[in-house]
Design a protein around this ligand. Structure first.
Ligand code: DSN
Length: 442
């Protein structure tokens, strides 16, 4: 077999990848939707399975030569059902990612214009849960349930009441920026009581669900979608689980409804990831993710910072920067990035600012836990984050819209020479160097 190494064939692309490896190794990835896939999973996802077309499903393909592709897709399905304890469900492992998976569910089970209930987007819902700029919001009629204004957690009584008023065809639970546990059994019961389909999008927490560190949507939800690369830490893909009665509609909605040829190399990588998730040590990882998040949250609180809902029960938390003034999320994110701590800015419930300049930051512990960091490291990192927040969250966002982008640019430039940033970056790099990154160092 001919082997061309990337470095000799295309040094330009190779150099970019090497720079990204260095960035991933030397900094702290705390964006809660990010993680590190294992070397084995990346190897499968980068394999020659990339080269095969396989429209259709195992045993029913539109192309010849799919004997081994069928094996890998079936293996991925079997492992998915086993890992999630989803016996009695069908699983489609072909969606390219979470957004097409969610859209396939809506298109497969509903008619355009039907009503879907989901969490308000500024309170933790996802783009594909009805944003007006997303296909979901353009094609379906979304009614949003809010969090309880005081506790900032789900209010199941209010959701029940709203469901009775608006009689949706589907009720969606599972969120992108919600730090508390979701009672999927209750959400499914609410849906059932009004004759709606219950759907859970567990993209963020699927690794915690497999590991037993978050309540499972199985066997309650009618349909469950998940990405494969967040707490589950595999290649970027998605899966849709559904009760048998929805099998045909879901499969048709994915192919030929939404997609052509499935990415079988990704499916192979997901199979490897699910094999890893079936090992006992995955439970320890999931429990550690939650323990780490809890210690990080406690550290931030003890430093005087405010967290949405007062803390976390999952892998993520949201720092509420409103006490410093509206719209400070971008400045704090930029300052943390300059210190090589990556988080993302986000809205907080009832945010007084606008989505592009929101008043919170979202951060979490999956990737650091995968590197082997524990409670001790979380305390130290929490102290650094708090110092950066307190140093930089006082920078006001200009009231005049046209001045905002320049203000962020000037602020970012000034960070290069900032002593607090320099000091913390050195500490970040020293700490990170002690923890290998799977897929890079393995
Ligand atoms: N972009 C993902 C997240 O960060 O939560 C969701 O798609």
């Amino acid at each position: 077999m001919i082997k061309h190494s990337l470095s000799s064939q295309d040094p330009e692309v190779d150099a970019i990848i090497e720079r990204e490896k260095k960035r991933q190794k030397e900094g702290l990835e705390m964006i809660p939707s990010e993680n590190y896939a294992s070397a084995a999973s990346l190897e499968a996802a980068g394999s020659i399975l990339n080269d095969k077309y396989a429209e259709g499903y195992p045993g029913r393909r539109y192309y010849s030569g799919n004997i081994h592709i069928d094996e890998v897709e079936r293996l991925c399905q079997t492992r998915a059902i086993k890992a999630f304890g989803a016996e009695g469900y069908h699983v489609n492992v072909q969606p390219y990612s979470g957004s097409p998976a969610n859209l396939a569910v809506y298109l497969g089970l509903l008619k355009p214009g039907d009503t879907i209930m989901s969490l308000r987007l500024d309170q933790g819902g996802h783009l594909t849960h009805g944003s007006p700029v997303n296909a979901s919001g353009k094609l379906f009629s979304f009614v949003f349930y809010p969090l309880n204004a005081e506790t900032e957690v789900l209010d199941y009584e209010a959701i029940q009441k709203l469901a009775e008023e608006c009689k949706p065809q589907l009720i969606l639970s599972g969120f992108t920026a919600y730090p508390r546990k979701v009672d999927f059994e209750k959400m499914a019961a609410i849906a059932k009581s009004v004759g709606a389909i219950s759907m859970a999008d567990i993209s963020h927490i699927s690794g915690l669900v497999i590991g037993g560190s978050h309540p499972s949507p199985f066997p309650f939800a009618d349909v469950v979608t998940t990405t494969t690369h967040k707490t589950l830490r595999g290649p970027r893909g998605a899966m849709i689980f559904c009760k048998e009665e929805f099998r045909e509609k879901i499969d048709k909605a994915v192919f030929p409804g939404m997609q052509g040829g499935p990415h079988e190399h990704t499916i192979a990588g997901v199979a490897v990831t699910l094999g890893e998730a079936l090992r006992p040590e995955f439970k320890e990882y999931a429990a550690q993710v939650v323990k780490n998040a809890s210690v990080l949250a406690q550290t931030l609180l003890s430093q005087g910072l405010k967290l949405v809902s007062g803390g976390t029960e999952t892998h993520l938390m949201l720092i509420d920067l409103r006490p410093f003034g509206p719209g400070r999320g971008v400045f704090v994110t930029k300052a943390l990035e300059a210190a090589e701590i990556n988080v993302n800015f986000t809205t907080v419930p009832n945010d007084p600012s606008v989505p592009f300049y929101p008043s919170g930051i979202r951060l979490g512990t999956p990737a650091l836990t995968t590197r082997g960091m524990k409670e001790k490291e979380m305390e130290v990192i929490g102290t650094w984050i708090a110092e950066i927040v307190k140093t930089f969250a006082n920078v006001p966002l200009p009231e005049e819209k046209e001045k905002r982008s320049q203000a962020v640019k000037d602020f970012t430039k000034a960070l290069e020479e900032n002593e607090v940033v320099k000091k913390i970056r050195e500490r970040v790099n020293a700490l990170a160097s002690k923890f290998p990154v799977p897929g890079i160092d393995a």
